[in-house]
Design a protein around this ligand. Structure first.
Ligand code: LLP
Length: 437
């Protein structure tokens, strides 16, 4: 359930009419609903009642500090995968002891920053990374609190680009090597191992892969304990899927997911960490876009909008189908026509939806692309020199711009002409001359 509903014929985010936001802030614009974020966090968290979880919001889903802070105020920690995400979480007010740092390629600088900040745990994904972390920790006179992310070799049955728990994926340490890696870690002076971590993929529509993966974690925990290691934390990752509007069957609920957790690992007396991203933020956001033109092609009708694949990459990258609705509520008797909703970018892949049934739309109309709160703004780029779009957060009858629209001037200001391309440059210029400029 979300808080994007029609009232008096206009799509609202909570009590604010979306067309008012578009008038004030322009389009394209991401609009987030505080009440929806809060509701989704509440549903996820209360499903886990009884096991005292630490819910670390996966910042990669939506890294806006207002989104992070909204969740942090409810008690969420943060799962981060870069120095930038860690700083965002800290800037949003997440206490360091609720931050976990995941990812296959942490740099030594990122490790040092994490250790200085005093975060809860660093999830290590390879032996070389373990050695590097130990060295960095020793150089700072500390021990790094760490967990080993294992790769359980389980197929998450999701899109190939977002499945992470198969042995051919780059993530984690082969589960069969866990015993050897724990033995090695014990001998490293800068490492204090706390437990295990997994994350098998994103947008899982089926609970069975979770069940298999959690069983594997359970077996490993028992085995490692028998070998004398203390396993205090189990980080079970994120991945729970959400409806996008065209789903073949209902998606598992947080309650059903929690049931699997309770049946598999809840009795191991470990602190359980979760890293949900999409399930918290996905349905809490829409991308609002204005129709530029309706073009009747030879075989199809194209609704050309001002948002593009650089603003919301998911349809192009994963073939994702986000529901698209008009901001002005169509009359119940209005018929639909089948159209392609496309952006202005010079690629045929810049298509939000092919063959989608929409009520008649004309230039100037607003459309809302739904379920865009996760991996929408976060994955945006300035391809085609299109500045990043604005983000707005609604809270009841208030709204605020939480990220300003970028400008072309900003993009150009970061570019520089080399000396030899200056208007007054001599035809050839030496390296010394360039270095002295
Ligand atoms: N933890 C780790 C270590 C992750 O790699 C991810 C997502 C999460 C947690 C959060 O997963 P979630 O609960 O959001 O499924 N850009 C893609 C999704 C990529 C997910 C990458 N990792 C998309 O738009 O579908």
């Amino acid at each position: 359930m979300d808080h994007f509903l029609y009232r008096d014929g206009r799509l609202h985010a909570e009590a604010i009419a979306i067309d008012d936001i578009a008038d004030h802030v322009g389009t394209p614009v991401y609009v987030y609903s505080t009440a929806t974020l809060e509701r989704h966090y509440g549903v996820f968290r209360s499903a886990l009642d009884g096991i005292d979880p630490l819910v670390c919001y996966a910042v990669k889903a939506n890294g806006n500090i207002a989104v992070i802070r909204t969740l942090a105020r409810l008690g969420a920690g943060a799962d981060v995968v870069s120095g930038g995400e860690m700083r965002s979480a800290l800037a949003a007010g997440v206490p360091p002891d609720r931050i976990v740092f995941s990812g296959v390629g942490k740099s030594r600088d990122e490790m040092a920053e994490a250790l200085r900040a005093g975060i809860l745990q660093i999830n290590v994904e390879s032996e070389p990374e373990l050695e590097a972390l130990s060295e960095v920790a020793v150089s700072l006179g500390r021990q790094a609190p760490a967990a080993i992310r294992i790769n359980p070799d389980i197929d998450a049955h999701t899109h190939a680009k977002i499945t992470t728990g198969r042995s051919e994926n780059k993530f984690g340490i082969e589960w069969t090597a866990a015993t050897a890696v724990f033995a090695k870690a014990t001998a490293l002076p800068g490492i204090s191992l706390r437990g295990l971590a997994i994350h098998i993929g994103s947008q899982l529509a089926d609970l069975e892969p979770f069940r298999q993966a959690f069983h594997r974690v359970r077996d490993l925990t028992t085995m490692l304990r028998a070998n004398g290691h203390s396993i205090d934390t189990l980080d079970l990752g994120g991945g729970l899927g959400i409806p996008y509007g065209d789903d073949a069957s209902p998606l598992p609920s947080p309650m059903q997911y929690a049931e699997v957790v309770k049946q598999t690992v809840a009795d191991l007396e470990c602190r359980l960490i979760f890293e949900p991203g999409r399930v918290l933020a996905g349905n809490a956001g829409v991308l609002v876009t204005r129709v530029l033109y309706v073009k009747n092609g030879a075989t199809r009708t194209f609704v050309i909008v001002d948002a593009a694949m650089n603003d919301l990459l998911r349809p192009t990258l994963y073939g994702a189908r986000h529901a698209i609705v008009p901001v002005r509520e169509p009359d119940a008797t209005t018929g639909h026509t089948v159209v392609d909703v496309v952006g202005p970018i010079c690629e045929s892949g810049d298509t939000f939806a092919g063959d989608i049934a929409l009520p008649p739309v004309k230039a100037g109309d607003l459309l809302a692309i739904r379920t865009a709160g996760a991996y929408g703004a976060a994955m945006a780029s300035s391809y085609n020199v299109r500045p990043l779009v604005a983000e707005v957060m609604v809270n009841g009858n208030a709204f605020a711009v939480i990220r300003e629209r970028g400008t072309i001037d900003e993009l150009l200001a970061r570019q520089h002409l080399p000396a030899w391309l200056a208007d007054d440059a001599p035809p050839r210029i030496t390296k010394d001359a360039i270095l002295s400029t």
